[in-house]
Design a protein around this ligand. Structure first.
Ligand code: NAD
Length: 301
């Protein structure tokens, strides 16, 4: 089985490549950046928007995971045109090369953001049946919704199979420095102040990146064909809990400053990954506390 991973040199993609490698799958990374983690896999330097290149590279491949995108929402805000090109436009390119080469399936990296960032309270349970945000308040959300819709269009119009994987908030080894967990770790280690909006009781679900990678790999199963899956952690973690967990692991007190809550900052909601458990047999394996401990100990080594 031959699998191409666009964005395979990135945070999540590199872990996915590791899991696929462990399963003995023939993996090739397609990315502008070279792999950084000594993985034994193929590598093609290429742009996801270069349709002729990705089409010629994927001849004879079975599956394409499409993870390349602008994953940093702040950069998306600063540079919407280019960010959309590498996010939703690139999805069209990948689907088109899949159509031309009779690829068995395209597996798209999407996000829980497509449900909207404001809806929901503690008792709301979001499943794959929940509607897309009707008034997305971020370009990133719109671009991912468009990517999902393109997958559905390519299935309806050209018979290209898809799997949509809606990730929760990943953390762990190789995380980009601008994400919340590395920011908090660095602030505690450097005695810098952590600013929390509101009282810190608002919760989010985090997913350990290695669990997320396994969830991605499980989507290759036949049961994953033309399905959408939430792939998320099952614990509700408050902002305060992130800080106290890190204080315990680092054995160091954090300096925390509470400021006025952000307008529309939602308190929490539950995104259910039950469908992935039922159909794919996947669920979070490592607890938030244990995953954080592994991650932080790796950083301090
Ligand atoms: N990290 C998160 O918090 C998060 C949450 C939900 C969903 N996602 C989605 O998961 C996917 C992976 O995210 P990540 O955090 O690993 O991002 P990342 O930035 O670490 O990795 C993205 C990779 O894509 C590559 N890339 C960018 N533009 C390219 C282009 N034009 N051609 C080829 N390669 C290109 C980059 O070189 C990089 O290796 C993205 O689709 C992202 O939107 C991420």
């Amino acid at each position: 089985m031959k699998v191409l991973v666009t964005g395979g040199s990135g945070f999540i993609g590199s872990h996915l490549v590791d899991v696929l490698n462990e399963q003995g799958i023939d993996v090739t990374i397609y990315d502008l950046d070279a792999p950084r983690y000594n993985q034994k896999c193929g590598y093609v330097r290429g742009d996801v928007n270069d349709l002729s290149r990705i089409t010629s590279v994927t001849i004879g491949f079975d599956y394409i995971y499409h993870l390349a995108a602008e994953a940093n929402v702040n950069r998306f805000y600063e540079s919407p045109y280019y960010s959309n090109l590498i996010t939703s436009n690139s999805t069209l390119n990948v689907l088109e090369c899949a159509r031309r080469n009779n690829i068995k399936r395209v597996l798209l990296a999407s996000t829980e953001w497509i449900y909207g960032s404001i809806i929901g309270d503690e008792n709301d349970r979001i499943t794959e049946e929940t509607l897309y945000a009707q008034n997305p308040d971020h370009l990133y959300t719109s671009s991912k919704i468009a990517s999902e819709l393109f997958c559905k269009n390519y299935k309806t119009l050209y018979g290209v199979n898809y799997t949509i994987m809606r990730y929760g908030i990943p953390f762990g080894e190789r995380a980009r420095a601008e994400t919340v967990t590395p920011i908090f770790i660095n602030k505690i280690l450097n005695n810098d102040e952590i600013t929390i909006h509101g009282d810190g009781s608002q919760t989010r679900q985090f997913i350990y990146v290695k669990d997320l990678a396994e969830g991605n790999a499980a989507c290759l199963k036949q049961e994953g064909e033309n399905q959408i899956f939430n792939i998320n952690g099952c614990e509700k973690i408050s902002v305060i809990q992130i800080v106290t967990t890190l204080e315990e692991i680092l054995n160091k007190k954090a300096k925390v400053k509470f400021i006025e809550d952000r307008k529309g900052n939602y308190t929490g909601r539950i995104i259910s990954s039950e469908k992935a458990k039922k159909l794919l047999g996947w669920e979070q394996k490592v607890s938030y506390r244990d995953a954080m401990e592994r991650y932080v100990k790796g950083i301090l080594k």
